[in-house]
Design a protein around this ligand. Structure first.
Ligand code: GTP
Ligand code: MG
Length: 611
């Protein structure tokens, strides 16, 4: 890697020439997203949208006209989205948005119980449009009053082949990064569906807890979510997620609710509450299925699947810091247009080379990886993001947020107060290469990553990777990462830097249409054939089971046994080696069979039986 370090400056200038040569229109227009809503406005807008919406299961999108005519009697329908959920059969749904929440409530209120089922009837925004009695049909749609039915998939990820085709056809790496972001990020319907899932939980308990809030956080709302991502949801019984109004702060009410006192400690009480809520979700909420309680984790959660939304949900009731952390990430994403496409590319790369995994473990999480990207953007000579300490310093009284555990999550919500303007003009492809180079040289052994300071600190303990938790600075976000996984990350970033550099040296972007060729990000995502340095085979699961090499024919021969999976070889020489071993083994077996005994005469088994 030393040569990489030495050549770094030279490579950068080559890279710039390469990007220009390959027609990069301009470095991805750097700079801020002027006039975009802040996090609370974004959340508030989607919450209002959810309150104005209902989801109706229909037999197909052809039911729209009839549904529109029927539901218009409750209010003005402003928007309609059709989506499908694929189970054993394809289920069709139409999400209708009314002009007001009262109109949506009127539609829900007009619903009736399904007499064919014995379950407890629960009011929720999830309904079913049954056929009109006696085969009656409503009049045809009055075209000029109804909004067009938008057909959009809010759950499914883009097909891998289609995505690779798009990347192959892009003009340059810059465009590949943008395309990847554009086609994999969570779309508008995906966001709406997540806010509806949150509203359903909130409304289910509103009778007893009118101030309760079920708030989405994590990648569903921080702008780093891809299609199909889980919904992280926090349920709070009080409404302490925003700033208190000055009146509330100055004159607290003299009427105090009688309350049952918690007799056990906070954590076991939360676990008890969650158990109870888990039961409620499981028994009563339409669409909620596969409820699992994970109550021993640091942050206890209830996991469930929502079958009308085709969505996995992680519901927690404690740890508001995750919610505020999402706000910080949202703000970072909004500060510069390059932040999200770059992060999407790096997250995708990490996924393809197996550095991240949807289940938690000793590997780096998507959240920690996102922190690595943010830190990289903070520590640049011309930083693209400010340190969190600057956001804390610029806070005003309205920004004060302290969680019930006393964790201070106060930072400015108004980035204009920072006076931060990035002068960094690097293109996305330059930043991508710089990211890989930066972490291939980073001293994970001795240094901790601090997004608060925007620079490395001395590592306070012996964790393999140390990322200071931005809101609980005594904790390490990446405490779970093992030494092997940290080493694997270092190797993979080196390989990635190498691959991107070879792109420059070999000028491997196709000149013609090059539809079959692999170039740019495709080579980065092609794994592991192109990897140049790869001494990490010990940490990877075995590519091929030895038994597979020999059993294929025999397994295929018996009709009851399914054929062994086809083996993919790393290279032609590997295939040859394996085939010659197979041939040699087969001839040995033949010889043994030819000798009339399946067991050699000198074998211990033979000796024992002869006694
Ligand atoms: P994916 O679910 O993989 O798409 O990413 P995610 O960003 O949603 O990550 P995850 O579901 O693991 O966590 C949800 C959110 O909780 C994150 O976006 C963070 O805002 C927050 N979070 C997760 N881990 C930590 C942590 O260790 N400290 C803090 N402060 N927040 C965390
Ligand atoms: Mg998540």
């Amino acid at each position: 890697m030393n040569s990489l370090v030495r050549r770094s400056a030279q490579q950068l200038s080559l890279w710039r020439t390469y990007c220009v040569k390959h027609n990069a229109p301009e470095a991805a227009s750097p700079g801020r997203n002027a006039g975009r809503p802040n996090y609370e406005e974004f959340i508030g807008r989607h919450q209002r949208q959810a309150q104005c919406s209902i989801v109706v299961q229909v037999s197909s999108e052809k039911s729209y006209a009839e549904l529109y005519n029927y539901c218009s009697s409750f209010g003005s329908i402003m928007g309609a989205h059709h989506y499908c959920v694929r189970q054993d059969e394809t289920l069709h749904y139409i999400l209708l948005e009314y002009a007001t929440s009262d109109e949506a409530a009127a539609a829900i209120g007009a619903g009736v119980t399904n007499g064919e089922l014995s379950g407890v009837p629960v009011r929720s925004p999830f309904l079913w449009f049954r056929a009109a009695g006696g085969g009656r049909r409503g009049p045809k749609l009055v075209a000029n009053t109804a909004p067009a039915l938008l057909s959009l998939d809010g759950t499914r990820q883009v097909d891998q082949g289609h995505l690779l085709g798009l990347l192959r056809g892009a003009a340059d790496i810059e465009e590949q990064v943008q395309q990847l972001h554009e086609h994999t990020r969570l779309n508008e319907l995906g966001i709406r569906m997540r806010f509806l899932a949150a509203l359903q939980v909130q409304q289910a308990i509103a009778g007893m807890f009118p101030a309760a809030q079920a708030q989405p956080f994590g990648s569903s709302v921080n702008g780093f979510g891809r299609m199909g991502c889980d919904l992280d949801l926090i349920l709070r019984f009080d409404s302490d997620m925003g700033a208190k109004s000055p009146l509330e702060a100055a004159m607290p009410s003299r009427l105090v609710y009688h309350t049952k006192e918690n007799l056990s400690n906070g954590r076991s009480q939360t676990q008890r509450h969650m158990e109870c809520f888990g039961d409620m979700l499981h028994l009563f909420l339409p669409g909620v299925c596969h409820v699992r309680r994970i109550l021993q984790a640091r942050v206890p959660i209830i996991k469930y699947h929502h079958e009308h939304l085709d969505l996995e949900v992680d519901l927690s009731m404690s740890n508001l810091t995750g919610f505020y952390m999402s706000e910080l990430l949202y703000m970072f994403g909004e500060m510069d247009l390059r932040v999200r496409p770059l992060t999407f590319t790096i997250r995708r790369w990490a996924q393809t080379c197996g550095l991240t995994n949807p289940s938690p473990g000793r590997w780096i999480s998507n959240f920690s990886l996102t922190c690595l990207v943010m830190f990289f953007l903070q520590q640049l000579r011309q930083p693209i993001l400010p340190p969190i300490a600057a956001l804390v310093k610029a806070a005003e009284s309205g920004d004060s947020r302290v969680t019930e555990d006393g964790i201070n999550c106060t930072f400015t919500r108004n980035v204009d107060r920072l006076g931060f303007r990035s002068r960094n003009q690097s293109s996305l492809s330059e930043l991508l290469l710089q990211f890989f180079e930066f972490y291939s040289q980073f001293d994970f052994h001795n240094r901790a990553i601090s997004l608060n300071e925007g620079k490395p600190l001395s590592k306070p303990d012996h964790s393999a990777m140390y990322i200071v938790n931005p809101l609980e600075q005594l904790l390490n976000v990446s405490k779970n990462v093992s030494l092997e996984e940290c080493e694997r990350l270092r190797i993979e970033v080196r390989n990635a830097a190498w691959v991107l550099e070879s792109e420059v040296e070999n000028a491997s972007v196709p000149e013609g249409d090059g539809q079959e060729l692999s170039w740019g990000l495709l080579n980065l995502f092609k794994h592991p054939e192109k990897a140049v340095i790869r001494p990490n085979m010990f940490f990877k699961p075995r590519m091929v089971e030895v038994s597979d090499l020999f059993e294929q024919k025999e397994a295929g021969a018996t009709s009851s046994t399914p054929p062994a999976p086809a083996i993919t070889y790393k290279s032609a020489s590997m295939r040859q080696q394996v085939q010659s071993i197979k041939a040699a083994t087969r001839s040995e077996l033949k010889q043994l069979r030819g000798s009339g005994s399946s067991v050699p005469a000198s074998s211990p088994k033979n000796r024992r039986s002869s006694r």
